[in-house]
Design a protein around this ligand. Structure first.
Ligand code: UDX
Ligand code: UDX
Length: 454
């Protein structure tokens, strides 16, 4: 069997590498219009950082896993085509800022129709608005050809940083197919592929629309939990409650559960904001304005949380940060990834820059992406070594929960800083008492400050 995947990104690359590893009888070809990306997949330095990914790719590359820019030949050969191209938020026209931009998806569908010489199963891997498959089927069947294209939805639930673990041992795999004979046949073919390494009871099947909507819903629910606890963190700061204690107390209720209750500077990443805005737009298109407003608020609390953090930094540093050196520790949207898409660090750095702070940005994997995100801002320093970066700083803002930041020698760092030395823990994961005892002014999210000043 031949599988082709269009889109060698964060989702397509790791997912196909795992299928190739687990199914030695299937040939997997991952194609992309971006030649640089394809070359990187074939090199020792992969285009994305993901723990464990390199080994999985090395196991199969050249045997049954191939990367190529020859999209047409890969389509022709394939029995199954996964489409995993990006579906960003539209930046123009109707629905700008909220609706999904489906132009790449449609281009792929047209290309598939044009070059195919045999029937195909098309698998939606990208996150798409509910009922996209219907539009795709129309495009694919829009001429006289006798070929049949069966569209399945198989959304990815992997999170960056844990992608390999999530692919190897997922909570569930979801596959949506039409309730027709051809639909069910295609669905079973895909179920059998996953059954090579995933227990059957974890492979859920549904109709196409439920599957498409489940992906948007899953991300909206996860993001909603982060916004809910972040909203409570503001109340904690006003009342001397401690958000970590509140999270723990409610998280031990098994009906609520402990995950996604870490208060933070807000969620980032390529999916949450994009998918919620898309959900909002969809609800509005169906005339469901109250439902749209409800989900919109999840995004607004996320922005509010970032603004609150910036305000607190400025206020605590005597209402001016002009000319002060601020070390940004962590720029990625979360730990274990170099990805900075929608990272709260972007907005926070831009605002601090507007206040004329002197910024030094440090991150173990994300400084090159940070440079691209802030390319229009002049005189920012990028320094991977946190000790060098901290020298002479007035304040440290920890924006990403990299594990190694827990184990820095904060005493040594303190000695090289200007006094009073401030630390703002945007992830609530450092040892605050210890930092306070060293001499820092310690601020975090949803907790009282620890201050030596009166
Ligand atoms: C994926 C999904 O596609 C997206 O819908 C979901 O919400 C998040 O995960 P991701 O893998 O993170 O996106 O995107 P990206 O890393 O940008 O990869 C997409 C790739 O598709 C890029 O390498 C791009 O060059 C390629 N592409 C895009 C094509 O090959 N052809 C196109 O027409 C458009
Ligand atoms: C998410 C979904 O988890 C995944 O299933 C989907 O396929 C893609 O989107 P990802 O974007 O990789 O994955 O990151 P995730 O681990 O979900 O974190 C999202 C953001 O929320 C990060 O910025 C993270 O730091 C933040 N977060 C998460 C919190 O602030 N608090 C938490 O308790 C959990």
């Amino acid at each position: 069997m031949n599988i082709c995947c269009i889109g060698a990104g964060y989702v397509g690359g790791p997912t196909m590498a795992m299928i190739a590893k687990k199914c030695s009888n299937i040939n997997v070809t991952v194609v992309d219009i971006n030649e640089e990306r394809i070359n990187a997949w074939q090199s020792d330095s992969l285009p994305i950082y993901e723990p464990g990914l390199y080994d999985v790719v090395q196991e199969s590359i050249g045997k049954n896993l191939f990367f190529s820019t020859d999209i047409d030949s890969a389509i022709k050969k394939a029995d199954i085509i996964f489409v995993s191209v990006n579906t960003p938020t539209k930046t123009f026209g109707e629905g700008a800022g909220r609706a999904s931009d489906l132009q790449y998806w449609e281009l792929c569908a047209r290309r598939i129709k044009e070059v195919s010489e045999s029937d195909k199963i098309i698998v939606e891997k990208s996150t798409l608005p509910v009922r996209t498959a219907e539009a795709m089927e129309r495009v694919l069947h829009s001429d006289e050809s006798n070929l049949h294209f069966e569209v399945l939805s198989n959304p990815e639930f992997l999170a960056e940083g844990t992608a390999i673990k999530d692919l190897e041992n997922p909570d569930r795999v979801l596959i949506g197919g039409h309730h027709t004979e051809t639909g069910q046949k295609a669905l079973n073919i895909l179920v059998d592929i996953y059954a090579n390494w995933i227990p059957r009871d974890k492979i859920l099947t549904s109709n196409v629309w439920s599957s498409e909507l489940s992906k948007l819903t899953a991300n909206a629910f996860l993001a909603q939990r982060v916004s809910s606890i972040n909203a409570i963190s503001a109340l904690c700061e006003a009342t001397e409650a401690d958000v970590t204690e509140v999270s723990h107390a409610i998280g031990t209720d098994s009906r609520i559960g402990a995950k996604f209750l870490k208060a933070s500077i807000g969620f980032g990443g390529s999916c949450f904001k994009k998918d919620i805005l898309n959900l909002v737009y969809l609800c509005e298109s169906y005339g469901l304005n109250e439902v749209a407003n409800y989900w919109q608020q999840v995004v607004e609390i996320n922005e509010y949380q970032q603004i609150r953090f910036i305000r607190q930094m400025i206020q605590s540093m005597f209402n001016t940060i002009a000319g002060k050196k601020i070390l940004i520790l962590g720029f990625a949207f979360k730990a274990d990834t170099g990805d900075t898409r929608e990272s709260p660090a972007i907005k926070i750095c831009r605002e601090l820059y507007n206040e004329k702070a002197d910024l030094v940005i440090s991150d173990p994997k994300a400084t090159s992406n940070a440079m691209k995100d802030l390319t229009d801002l002049k005189n920012i320093t990028y320094e991977e070594d946190p000790y060098k970066a901290a020298s002479g700083a007035d304040a440290i803002a920890v924006l990403t929960d990299w594990n190694e930041y827990k184990y820095l020698d904060y005493e040594k760092i303190f000695k090289g800083m200007r006094k009073p030395a401030f630390i703002f823990d945007g992830r609530n994961f450092l040892e605050h008492e210890h930092l306070f005892n060293i001499g820092y002014e310690v601020y975090s999210i949803g907790k009282g400050r620890l201050s030596h000043l009166h």
